[in-house]
Design a protein. Structure first.
Ligand SMILES: [Fe+2]
Ligand SMILES: [Fe+2]
Length: 245
């Protein structure tokens, strides 16, 4: 697999929100709106980034198609933000300017290390897979369910894309470097998982996740990604990723 294929994939996936069944009028009742408002505001904010720093860092890969793929990835995340934003406007939910978790996240990824930045971004993709599954389960809104379903399909693709880049870094490390990578990343993911539970437990609980189930789901996604990074599991081609989420 080459990054040329990923670039082509991101190019061809631009109109993937066109089929969303927008109702044009509020679908959430007061209880549901109260339940999801805080987290959907934060995820909408988190998905919306200009990605300038990431674009610059991507040049370290010395592969023009990787940089073009990163550009496509950033646009796709912005599409997620736009779809969530349109839904929030329909429900009269305000967007937010800042949030402490988003500020910390965006500060962490402003390192000069492309490898570390991808590690953090991949952790965010893994978190997204669990959160949007919970949100899809937690809501009765047809529109929001459809948005979550499309985002989940996209995030599965993003996980394949990020793991294929991280694998290139992992394979360059010696055995001690690989040991450090695996253990540091596991510790980082554990810490992230705790934060995510305490931040979004109301939606996660309504979506069927207890604390134990949530931690298990996040660490299972992490283990699957780690197996791809270290070469113990195949990384799917863009056209072959499982589309059922
Ligand atoms: Fe996203
Ligand atoms: Fe993503």
């Amino acid at each position: 697999m080459t990054f040329k294929e990923w670039h082509q994939y991101f190019q061809s996936n631009r109109d993937h929100f066109d089929y969303i069944p927008w109702s044009g009028e509020p679908e959430l009742d007061g209880f549901e709106e109260k339940l999801i408002t805080r987290s959907i505001q934060q995820f909408q904010k988190g998905e919306n980034s200009d990605g300038k720093h990431l674009m610059q860092l991507s040049e370290k890969m010395n592969d023009d198609y990787y940089t073009l793929s990163i550009k496509g990835l950033i646009q796709e995340e912005q599409n997620h933000a736009a779809a969530l934003g349109q839904f929030m406007a329909q429900e009269k939910i305000d967007t937010i300017g800042n949030h402490w978790l988003d500020t910390i996240f965006k500060r962490i990824i402003k390192t000069p290390s492309l490898e570390f930045t991808i590690m953090v971004l991949l952790a965010a993709e893994l978190v997204a897979t669990v959160y949007y599954k919970a949100l899809r389960q937690a809501t009765y809104s047809r529109t929001l369910k459809a948005i979550c379903r499309q985002i989940l399909v996209d995030e599965q693709m993003h996980i394949q894309f990020q793991t294929s880049a991280l694998q290139l870094f992992y394979l360059k490390h010696n055995s001690f470097g690989r040991f450090l990578f695996r253990n540091f990343y596991l510790a980082f993911m554990l810490l992230t998982s705790y934060v995510i539970w305490f931040q979004y437990s109301n939606v996660l609980k309504k979506g069927g996740y207890s604390f134990t189930k949530c931690m298990y789901a996040l660490l299972k996604e992490f283990a699957k990604a780690m197996r791809m990074i270290i070469g113990k599991a195949p990384i799917a081609q863009p056209q072959n990723v499982n589309q059922t989420c």
